[in-house]
Design a protein around this ligand. Structure first.
Ligand SMILES: Nc1nc2c(ncn2[C@@H]2O[C@H](COP(=O)(O)OP(=O)(O)O)[C@@H](O)[C@H]2O)c(=O)[nH]1
Ligand SMILES: Nc1ncnc2c1ncn2[C@@H]1O[C@H](COP(=O)(O)OP(=O)(O)O)[C@@H](O)[C@H]1O
Length: 301
């Protein structure tokens, strides 16, 4: 191919990729409905909608992660690399029915609720704090807890430190999105009102809670995206727990037993992020929040 044609072809490929990225972003931000994208693709398969892969379309839908997408595509009998515009008639019917069943009607600007969970000492607190300090557009939910503050912890910033009676009153008042007893010791709960207010304003919310909390949020809010934070290795997890030095040897051993059970539940989650480096892991989580106006939201393809 002559050089000038090659340059034109590669420009066209870049433009097509950008156009597909814009379609995915619009779905992610709930500006366009997935069903409408599929219908545009079938009306004209040469459009960006037509050349979008089915996998990409489904992964862009808020609340659906890659492992669920793989399951859905298997159920629909659609091969991994298929483009929406290239589906056969029967596959189109199956995909249309599936999208229509979860079509939510009129769209509204909506923030996303992301739950960050993972085994003890993987770095959930560190990654969340990094997000709170570097991405102020994300609301990091502050939980209420009955455990006493550790040195340096500030009421209202790290937790709302409450008495057992106050915690009971919050349960009575239906003030929690979820609550649980963690490590067989203290109670922790996610206050509901700030989350509902932020989501209603189109702001994204991050919850850093334990595995039972993540499951409860999925029940209460099926659109929530569940992210599991993984250590680079088991040895590194043990190093982080012992290095933190906030638990006795007996408590560390108990938490490591719980960590094994928690790691076994990682496949219940939509997305897994490995915490090699705090900044990188935080950025990956923020990209999942797809906050309009952040660099990560703009450049994610
Ligand atoms: N279910 C639930 N778990 C929470 C909540 N807030 C914190 N947790 C979890 O409680 C556990 C204990 O937290 P913490 O006392 O700060 O100690 P850590 O284990 O050293 O992080 C962690 O696994 C947190 O993810 C909450 O609101 N709900
Ligand atoms: N990416 C990382 N690399 C090295 N150490 C880390 C990393 N993330 C967290 N840590 C360290 O691991 C320990 C546990 O982190 P923490 O945020 O308290 O875990 P969690 O909230 O999951 O229990 C802390 O000492 C923290 O400084």
């Amino acid at each position: 191919m002559p050089e000038v044609d090659r340059v034109a072809a590669s420009r066209a490929a870049i433009a097509a990729r950008r156009a597909r990225a814009a379609v995915k972003e619009a779905v992610r931000r709930r500006e366009r409905r997935p069903l409408e994208i599929a219908e545009a693709a079938w009306a004209d398969p040469s459009t960006p909608e037509g050349s979008l892969r089915v996998r990409e379309l489904l992964t862009s839908i808020p609340g659906i992660g890659p492992s669920r997408v793989a399951r859905i595509m298997e159920e629909l009998g659609i091969a991994d690399a298929k483009r929406v515009g290239g589906l056969g008639a029967r596959q189109r019917v199956r995909l249309r029915d599936w999208l229509a069943a979860r079509d939510v009607g009129p769209l509204r600007a909506a923030g996303r609720l992301v739950v960050l969970a993972g085994p003890t000492a993987v770095g959930k607190g560190t990654v969340s704090a990094h997000i709170r300090d570097n991405y102020p557009e994300v609301l990091l939910s502050v939980s209420a807890t009955t455990r006493p503050p550790r040195p340096g912890e500030v009421d209202g910033r790290h937790y709302y430190f409450v008495s057992d009676e106050q915690f009971d009153a919050m349960i009575e008042g239906n003030d929690f999105l979820e609550y649980a007893t963690v490590h067989n010791a203290s109670r922790y709960g996610t206050p509901r009102p700030p989350i509902e207010a932020a989501l209603a304003e189109g702001r994204s919310v991050l919850l850093e809670i334990d595995l039972q909390g993540a499951r409860a949020v999925r029940e209460a809010m099926p659109d929530a995206l569940l992210v599991f934070l993984l250590p680079p290795s088991w040895e590194e997890l043990v190093r982080r727990l012992t290095g933190r030095g906030t638990e006795s040897a007996a408590e560390q051993a108990r938490r490591l037993e719980t960590a094994k059970v928690e790691l076994a539940a990682q496949h219940e989650f939509d997305v897994r992020v490995v915490n090699h480096d705090v900044g990188r892991a935080a950025r990956e989580v923020v990209e999942l929040l797809a906050v309009p106006g952040t660099d990560s939201a703009r450049t994610r393809t």
